[in-house]
Design a protein around this ligand. Structure first.
Ligand SMILES: Cc1cc2nc3c(=O)[nH]c(=O)nc-3n(C[C@H](O)[C@H](O)[C@H](O)COP(=O)(O)O)c2cc1C
Ligand code: SF4
Ligand code: SF4
Length: 378
């Protein structure tokens, strides 16, 4: 419960104790690798594992060419051994898979059901994998990727899609397509795109978002979190020391701040969760074009926030600019009037941010569950 209270993070119906993940490295990241680092990570994607004849043949050719690969004859047997080894661990396990047909993925999901998260490897750029119809091939053939997501979801399991940013024609469009097909998690190798890409993808769907690529320091992790990431993952630098340092620093910040991945305000480059900190729409500022892109009128926005805070500690705030804490800024923006209101209500800064978190969830539900009219360029 303590870990849940800190991050309020669930994957595959299990508590994720820290938003630090291990990203897969074929031939390297297996159960033993994860168990050595289990104290410092909340989730781990073992693999990638090839799961049918075509991709196993690709793995063999890559191994013959000098790359590290997991090579075996019976994929289900090999996977079972790894999944069993992680059974007692509190690390939420994902398996990164390379298959050449939707049926191949469905067969693995039928075998292991809800014991793990199923991650589709749409990331690998090695020619043998691309020739086998997986990895980066799927970023150029989104219809095939969507078919795999649907095949896995038909088995009732949790699905993650691992992608490399900048390969598909439109990353935000791809995110929306896999979300609409039922994917639960988007795991994005950001390459050199940085936090603008995180924000663009966060604004395109409500899926859980894992940011990846060289996110090895606390500052880089917080930068990803404040633009929309739910977790960060590490592959090459997933040594126990780096993971332990990140976990400790992020946990400390979460305990102090109350909302570990709170967005920046929209006028400071934040993603649309930042609407929770926005004022009433009374001036020319980035709120107005943001609402336009979302297809939400000013009146709808007013009503949405007023309704969302009814009966919560954010409803009051007579001495604040707009008469309610619903419109008040992030705690990091100094404000005597807001702080006096919080004090008079006995609300700590941490609790205030928690309430803003709840408000942002209600706003995101409205944006993605009802209108679904997000402009993909935002
Ligand atoms: C040796 C190696 C093998 C990898 N194998 C896989 C894989 O099988 N599946 C996958 O989705 N990503 C794979 N990746 C990509 C990593 O998961 C990660 O996206 C990438 O290394 C960038 O993150 P990092 O900067 O934390 O290393 C591999 C990366 C490396 C270095
Ligand atoms: S409404 Fe306020 S917080 Fe939101 S973008 Fe405008 S100035 Fe910034
Ligand atoms: S009272 Fe302070 S925190 Fe609230 S909207 Fe005004 S400036 Fe922002």
């Amino acid at each position: 419960m303590e870990a849940y209270d800190r991050f309020e993070l669930l994957i595959n119906d299990r508590v994720v104790k820290t938003p630090v993940a291990i990203a897969s490295m074929a031939g390297i990241v297996d159960a033993a690798y994860v168990l050595e680092r289990a104290a410092h990570v909340g989730t781990a994607f073992i693999g990638g594992y090839s799961i049918d004849d075509l991709t196993l043949d690709a793995s063999r050719r890559m191994a013959a060419g000098g790359r590290k690969e997991f090579v075996y004859d019976d994929p289900l047997k090999a996977l079972e051994k790894e999944i069993d080894a992680l059974k007692e661990s509190d690390v939420v396990t994902g398996i990164n898979l390379r298959g050449s047909t939707p049926a191949a993925y469905a067969e693995v999901a039928a075998a292991f059901e809800d014991r793990v998260v199923y991650e589709i490897d749409a990331h690998c750029r090695q020619p043998p994998m691309i020739e086998a119809g997986c990895g980066e091939y799927l970023l150029h053939h989104p219809v095939d990727l969507v078919a795999i997501v649907r095949a896995l979801k038909a088995e009732g399991v949790t699905v993650s899609v691992k992608v490399r940013a900048g390969i598909a024609g439109n990353d935000a469009g791809l995110a929306r397509a896999v979300w609409k097909a039922g994917a639960d998690i988007l795991h994005v190798d950001l390459m050199d795109f940085g936090h603008n890409k995180v924000r663009q993808i966060r604004n395109a769907s409500p899926m859980m978002l894992i940011a990846n690529n060289s996110i090895n320091t606390f500052d880089k992790a917080m930068d990803a979190f404040s633009h929309g990431a739910d977790l960060v993952s590490l592959a090459r630098k997933s040594d126990p020391w780096t993971l332990a340092g990140l976990d400790a620093a992020i946990s400390r910040a979460a305990e102090e701040g109350g909302w570990y991945n709170a967005p920046k305000q929209i006028c400071r480059g934040g993603d649309i969760r930042g609407l929770a900190f926005c004022c009433m729409p009374v001036k020319a500022c980035p709120l107005i074009p943001t609402l336009d892109k979302l297809g939400i009128s000013r009146n709808e926005y007013l009503t949405l926030k007023q309704e969302a805070v009814k009966g919560t500690p954010l409803e009051d705030g007579r001495s604040t600019c707009f008469g309610s804490l619903a419109w008040c800024c992030k705690i990091s923006s100094p404000c005597m009037f807001r702080n006096m209101t919080l004090e008079s209500r006995g609300l700590s800064a941490r609790e205030y941010m928690r309430c803003k978190h709840r408000l942002s969830e209600k706003i995101m539900n409205r944006i993605f569950d009802e209108s679904k009219t997000v402009d993909e360029s935002c």
